[in-house]
Design a protein around this ligand. Structure first.
Ligand code: GLA
Ligand code: ZN
Length: 680
């Protein structure tokens, strides 16, 4: 097979294959070990390491003393050995001396308790001391290593997250609020402070919403508007930290792309906003052994979606085990490879791991690594990694830069997530991502690729858009949705939608508020069914359950396709269809089961003229990445058993370098993978 040049690594022409390797912490080891690491890396096909993730304490020993000797040596070593570097800025854990000298850099917990030095991800984002030193370190690293030639990306901080409730954050929150609302009157309006006599006369009266004020549990607040703004503020505060370091490295190395490692469906940070300030998205995939493949797939698609479908980096995953689950089961033979390709199938352009060598002390000493405590290459994990390393070398730059072209999208919105789950009523069991997952899983089963998009993304390229539990409709979004439908799109919404605007204030006049004319219904009441209680309905000849929430609605311009079968609202509509312009809308007034979502989306996608990319097979995930010339089908067998496949198109299995004619049979081994290249 002829080797062609395909994509690049986020614009870097010198990276000619998917980078393979990951977090490497030589500073935890004596130098004698380093040469041995290099030998083992070569053996395993490792060509990229993430360095310097947690070295602040040794890089800066007091206010003015910086010491880069060790990092210089490490950088020389990896360069000599031909490794690419993703260089971290080390600011995710501050030095002990700094905490002692400047206690203001320590975080205050949700309970109001001020923390002492310890752990990591422990700095108050609004501490000027932390901000100044973090930015300075990032700048120094860029000056010193930015021209090394082998730094392919900057890795700012690490897994940003958490919140702080200290006085500095409180003061910064007031500033943030002033900028947002301008006047105290507007603040009072947006927060509806006439409720429970909360009217604020002065910005200084505003305090952080935590256990000492508005909350009685982490997710239960008496003032949703305040808590919602505090979440936004916390996400913005950490984003400002990230951006300060971004600017610091960019000022020196404008051509090196910058990222930070995200965590998939991580509620605390508005990743859609963050992604705007990232040159490429990267994320850490740590499923438990019993995490369904579809959930991992959804996380990948979410991480791809926040950057409008651009390829992303798989920054971390474990070669074998994690250390932080209750039961840290081994990744079974083949699973590490399978999950690596699953990431690539969903748009990853790297296969990176945490970590290269297992440490000997503290909480990650039993976390999987390429090089185990045994210290040599004669381990199962090393062999599997080395085999994958070899395979990726042979794969070269094929698939790099190729895209997933979905005609279906699911709308995901962080503000909606936060507001929905702060909502007091109607049900404590309502979880945003669970509802999103139900729709996602059905698309997945039907082999219909789907993008997870934000409320700012263009809807024009999609035929079908689902917006599960879009409780919050931000001002103006209703117009986007309406235009999409009028132009011929199919739009799906569910129960408990269109309830509030961006401040979590209810839109009066009948639910779903601003979406009412799009769906042609008005919802009068919402019934919450406790776990185990069910209503039901039949749709197009089949019976399905109704659970969790049941919207009780009236038809306006819509037609009912199914009605509740019991209770006092028996006979009233539950599945409702409306025609608008050239398009269609569906309002699904309750939550049902997986079978319903699959049947429903099968019918609705067909009616919208959409096709599956490959005939669905139980347990076999199919994805397709494409460029102008070819399509790369990924077949991922999540089952233990072999599966016989019919190759529906002629093409080439790139991993086995074997051609197939259309109609030919192929065996996909248990936990096996096929990357199948088809000319367009
Ligand atoms: C995260 C971190 C790593 C490491 C791994 C362990 O992803 O970024 O530093 O702690 O978890 O699973
Ligand atoms: Zn703080």
């Amino acid at each position: 097979m002829e080797k062609k040049r395909y994509g690049t690594f986020f614009g870097n022409e010198r990276v000619t294959k998917l980078p393979f390797g990951g977090d490497y912490n030589p500073e935890q080891w004596p130098e004698e070990v380093w040469e041995e690491d290099m030998r083992l890396f070569a053996l395993a096909g490792v060509d990229c390491v993430t360095l310097n993730t947690f070295s602040w304490a040794s890089l800066q020993t007091d206010e003015d003393t910086y010491c880069f000797d060790k990092l210089d040596k490490i950088m020389d070593l990896v360069k000599k050995n031909g490794l690419h570097v993703i260089l971290a800025t080390s600011t995710a854990a501050h030095p002990a001396w700094m905490a002692r000298k400047y206690p203001e850099i320590l975080r205050t917990e949700f309970s109001g308790l001020r923390r002492k030095f310890g752990s990591r991800h422990n700095s108050c984002p609004n501490s000027p001391v932390f901000q100044m030193y973090a930015k300075r370190l990032a700048g120094k690293l860029a000056e010193r290593y930015g021209k090394s030639g082998n730094v392919i990306a900057w890795h700012i901080g690490n897994e940003y997250g958490g919140a702080c409730y200290c006085e500095r954050c409180e003061a910064a929150f007031r500033v943030w609020l002033k900028e947002k609302y301008g006047t105290i009157e507007e603040l009072n309006r947006a927060w509806n402070t006439c409720f429970w006599g909360h009217v604020f006369y002065d910005w200084e009266e505003v305090v952080v919403p935590n256990l000492q004020s508005e909350h009685f549990e982490e997710n239960r607040t008496t003032f949703q508007g305040i808590s919602l703004d505090y979440r936004r503020f916390c996400s913005d505060s950490l984003l400002a930290n990230y951006r300060a370091e971004y600017e610091a490295v960019k000022a020196v190395t404008p051509d090196i792309p910058v990222t930070t490692n995200l965590m998939g469906a991580y509620k605390e940070l508005d990743y859609q906003k963050w992604a705007k300030y990232m040159d490429f998205v990267s994320w850490d995939n740590y499923p438990a052994n019993d995490t369904p493949a579809v959930e991992i797939a959804m996380n990948h698609d979410l991480m791809r979606g926040i950057k409008q479908g651009q390829p992303f980096a798989l920054m971390e995953q474990t070669p074998s085990v994690t250390n932080w689950l209750s039961y840290n089961a081994l990744k079974r033979p083949g699973v590490m490879r399978l999950l690596s390709y699953q990431a690539v199938a969903h748009g990853a352009d790297t296969v990176l791991f945490f970590q290269m060598r297992r440490s000997i002390g503290a909480c990650e000493k039993y976390h999987g690594a390429l090089i185990d405590h045994a210290g040599h290459e004669h381990t199962r994990v090393f062999r599997e990694m080395a085999a994958l390393g070899q395979e990726l070398k042979e794969l070269g730059s094929q698939v790099m830069g190729s895209r997933i072209r979905a005609k279906a999208a699911i709308v995901v919105d962080w503000d909606n997530w936060w507001a929905l789950e702060y909502s007091a009523g109607p049900s404590c069991d309502l979880r945003y991502m669970d509802e999103v997952k139900r729709y996602y899983a059905a698309f997945d089963e039907l082999n219909i690729p789907v993008d997870l998009i934000s409320v700012e993304d263009d809807l024009g390229k999609y035929s079908l858009v689902a917006a599960p539990v879009l409780y919050m409709v931000k001002t103006g979004y209703e117009r986007e949705l309406k235009r999409f439908v009028e132009d011929g799109g199919t739009l799906i919404a569910t129960f408990f939608s269109g309830m509030v605007e961006e401040h979590d204030l209810v839109i009066t006049g009948g639910y779903p508020g601003r979406l009412r004319d799009i769906f042609g219904v008005w919802v009068e009441e919402i019934d919450a069914l406790p776990v185990g209680e069910r209503n039901g309905f039949s749709w197009r000849g089949k019976q399905y359950p109704a659970e969790l929430l049941c919207d009780l609605m009236h038809l306006e311009t819509a037609e009912s396709e199914a009605e509740y079968e019991k209770d006092f609202y028996a006979g009233t509509p539950v599945i409702v269809r409306n025609r608008l312009g050239k398009g269609n809308t569906w309002y699904v007034g309750t939550r049902s089961n997986a079978e319903f979502y699959r049947d429903f989306l099968r019918e609705v996608t067909r009616e919208a003229g959409m096709e599956e990319i490959w005939t669905p097979r139980d347990g076999v995930e199919v994805c397709v990445r494409e460029n102008d010339r070819e399509k790369f089908y990924f077949f991922l067998n999540h089952r233990q058993e072999d599966v016989e496949m019919t190759m529906e198109k002629s093409g080439c299995n790139l991993l086995e370098k074997r051609d197939y004619a259309a109609g030919e049979k192929a065996v996909l081994a248990g936990k096996g993978v096929m990357i199948y290249q088809v000319e367009r």
